[in-house]
Write a protein that binds this ligand. Structure first.
Ligand code: ADP
Ligand code: MG
Length: 699
């Protein structure tokens, strides 16, 4: 087999800095760089020159079309392809692409969710080039990463508010850095998202309507073996999976995606891929692409990649870890403890900013990961609880305690830490990365937000995180800029912040029942268990004011997002409910009846041969199955009625509460009866492949 030349392959389908530098004139290149690095306005002639070279490059690489590639609020990406062709006078065509076409597109916005934005504004929308994320070629199409807005300027996508939140953080972080004597060009947040997924056989997948329609199994009894042997985690990768991963890596590398680590996860058939971190908006684009390409490559291998948060009950679901940090253009990681006392003080202030942000806006972080799928994981002893808290590790916690109380730090030196005078003791990475039960953990030089669901766009949580940290930093800058003695005020500020926000710090077991009690009853932290509980919190005045003050969202945008996310929750569960009804009526009930019929026939035949033949098995099974048949019939009916009532509510918040309180419990009840029947009925008659087949058939 041909060996892959990775450095040659890497980014070969990306119009990246190497290509720009090589192909653009010096003047055009430098002007574009200023736009990318410093947000400078892009001039029309520069755009034209870039577009012309982009087209040449794309055509050389086999592209025939271009598209503005964007992330509407549906959660997936969208694209509308236009070919480069323009008729020429001689009856042929030439390939054209102008600066105007590069900068702005006008897709028909009317079929994308807008959460009421369209009622008040124009239906049309436009897409605008995000030059900070490189264009790339996918399926013979030049894809231009873009933001998507309505003509009134409202964001109809996830990229626009993400870019705004990055700007907000940049603005405030630079103010704070200036107080430490650091003038930098910009501060950017970086993210490395670790992505979990399942791979199952395509043939099995296609036989399960629940997987096809909803991405998760709505029924299924546990197989004799689940994940209890812990033999899959980091285990040997099976040949078919390994071939998939090899292929996937190549496809990702071509697109300049830094796919780095891959391994088996805890559940059977579960795997993980982690890239090397990059700037947040690029990481977001890349994660969306990664999810798309995972699914495509899987199909080529006769597999299906499941990105749902909980494809199987009884084994772990899939999440995503959002590793997040802030760094300057000079490469200084602001969450990395420094070498000198002064750097340490700066590190502690940025650390405090994050702690305060998570405490003040716990609900925003929680709701940023809220979906019907992720509700099955959070708090289910396989993922962090719905309660948001921060893990710092013992050493850093002790340091903060020492500062708070003005007591000696019990490290090697035993000194009272005076910020700006003393160095922080070195703490090793090891002690910071132990607790896997925390939703928000400091891991040495970054924070890892672990509550994301595998299918979530990482844009959502990073919008909230960036905005909330920008708010803490703004408060600090406002105060310290007025300070007479910077060092004293800084010390005071850090001490105050620790006192005020230490309730969010928790190093213990996040899965324990005691934690739920302590967090909610003693510490007053919020525990928003479902999407229906969490999402409406975005409308709390404190949250709206903060998001609007930093120009991350407008008031209408916030309302529209709340509406869309809740709508999405209701629609998802509604589809699941109807799928259950269909599978029950068309598949399960007929199969159970058929089995009872064959048992009854067997029993009566046996009796006709000899009255002494025992029919104990037939009789007891029929007795139980006939009871279950009744229960299944009744609960299908109840579920159907509950789904019907959803049409009657006048607000989406009320509908979502009914989904939570009426529909989901009925789905669970129905499932329990069907799953019990599955155990009793012959596999030959059972209409859909069972868990054992789904989880253990890929080699
Ligand atoms: P693990 O969690 O498996 O120990 P790491 O912590 O090294 O692995 O990395 C997990 C993810 O965090 C990777 O995607 C990595 O690129 C990313 N990461 C590492 N350093 C940073 C950083 N400073 N900022 C953001 N992400 C980072
Ligand atoms: Mg990690």
């Amino acid at each position: 087999m041909e060996k892959t030349n990775v450095p040659e392959l890497f980014g070969s389908l990306v119009f990246d800095d190497r290509v720009m530098r090589a192909r653009l004139s010096d003047k055009v290149y430098r002007s574009l760089r200023r736009t990318i690095d410093e947000n400078a306005k892009l001039e029309a002639h520069v755009a034209d020159a870039v577009a012309a070279e982009m087209r040449n490059w794309a055509v050389e690489h086999g592209a025939t079309h271009f598209t503005h590639w964007f992330q509407p609020l549906t959660g997936v990406t969208a694209e509308k392809h236009d070919s480069f062709i323009t008729p020429s006078p001689d009856g042929g065509v030439i390939m054209e692409f102008s600066g105007k076409e590069l900068i702005k597109g006008e897709p028909d916005a009317s079929s994308f969710p807008s959460g009421g934005l369209r009622a008040t504004f124009e239906a049309r929308g436009y897409t605008a080039w995000d030059p900070t994320s490189y264009a790339f070629i996918k399926d013979h199409t030049l894809c231009i990463p873009t933001a998507f807005c309505s003509y009134a300027g409202d964001a109809l996508d996830k990229k626009t508010p993400l870019l705004r939140s990055m700007q907000a953080l940049d603005r405030q972080a630079k103010r704070v850095l200036k107080l430490f004597g650091n003038e930098v060009k910009y501060v950017r947040t970086s993210v490395g998202p670790e992505q979990e997924y399942f791979l199952i056989d395509k043939e099995m997948f296609e036989k399960r309507p629940d997987l096809v329609y909803t991405g998760r199994t709505l029924f299924g009894a546990m197989p004799p073996k689940g994940q209890e042997m812990d033999d899959h985690y980091f285990g040997v990768i099976k040949p078919r999976v390994s071939a998939f991963m090899e292929d996937l890596n190549e496809e990702l590398w071509k697109l300049g995606i830094l796919a780095k680590t891959e391994h088996n996860e805890v559940a059977p058939a579960q795997h993980e891929l982690a890239p090397i971190y990059s700037t947040t908006n690029v990481a977001t684009d890349h994660n969306q692409l990664t999810m798309e390409i995972m699914q495509k490559v899987a199909r080529k291998h006769g597999l299906v990649c499941l990105l749902h948060e909980k494809p199987f009950a009884g084994v772990n679901g899939s999440g995503k870890h959002n590793n997040w940090s802030m760094a300057t253009d000079t490469g200084v990681n602001l969450l990395s403890p420094g070498e000198t006392p002064y750097e340490n003080a700066q590190f502690l202030l940025f650390l405090c900013a994050v702690i305060q942000a998570v405490d003040d806006y716990q609900d925003l972080l929680r709701l940023s990961v809220a979906t019907a799928g992720n509700d099955h994981r959070l708090g289910a002893n396989e993922a962090p609880p719905a309660i948001i808290s921060v893990f710092l590790g013992e050493e850093l916690t002790d340091i903060l305690q020492a500062i708070k109380n003005d007591t000696p730090y019990q490290g090697q030196e035993k000194v009272i830490l005076k910020l700006g005078v003393h160095s922080l003791p070195r703490f090793s990475r090891d002690t910071t990365d132990r607790n896997r039960t925390s939703p928000f953990a400091f891991t040495g030089n970054k924070f890892e937000f672990r509550s994301l669901g595998s299918a979530n766009s990482i844009a959502c949580c990073n919008i909230m995180l960036n905005a909330a940290v920008a708010e803490s930093l703004k408060q600090y800058a406002d105060r310290l800029e007025q300070a007479e003695n910077f060092e004293t005020s800084l010390h005071e500020l850090i001490r105050e912040t620790i006192r005020k926000h230490e309730r969010i710090l928790f190093n213990g077991n996040g899965y324990g029942e005691e934690w739920v009690k302590e967090a909610t009853e003693v510490r007053g932290l919020s525990n928003l268990r479902t999407t229906a509980d969490a999402m409406p919190r975005i409308l709390d005045p404190k949250n709206m004011e903060m998001l609007m003050a930093h120009k991350v969202f407008t008031e209408t945008e916030i309302h529209s997002r709340c509406e869309i996310m809740l709508e999405n929750y209701c629609k998802t569960v509604n589809i699941e409910g109807h799928t259950m009804i269909e599978m029950t009526r068309k598949g399960y009930l007929p199969a159970i009846e058929e089995y009872q019929y064959s048992l009854a026939k067997t029993a009566s035949l046996k009796q006709s041969v000899s009255s002494r033949a025992s029919c104990g098995y037939e009789i007891s099974t029929i007795e139980r199955l006939s009871q279950l048949t009744d229960e299944i019939r009744i609960h299908t009916q109840k579920l159907e009625e509950a789904l019907e009532t959803l049409k009657g509510f006048d607000t989406i918040i009320r509908t979502s509460e009914a989904v939570r309180d009426e529909v989901l419990p009925k789905m669970e009840a129905l499932r329990s009866y069907v799953d019990e029947a599955e155990v009793l009925v012959s596999e030959k008659i059972w209409p859909f492949p069972c868990y054992g087949k789904l989880l253990f058939s890929v080699y």
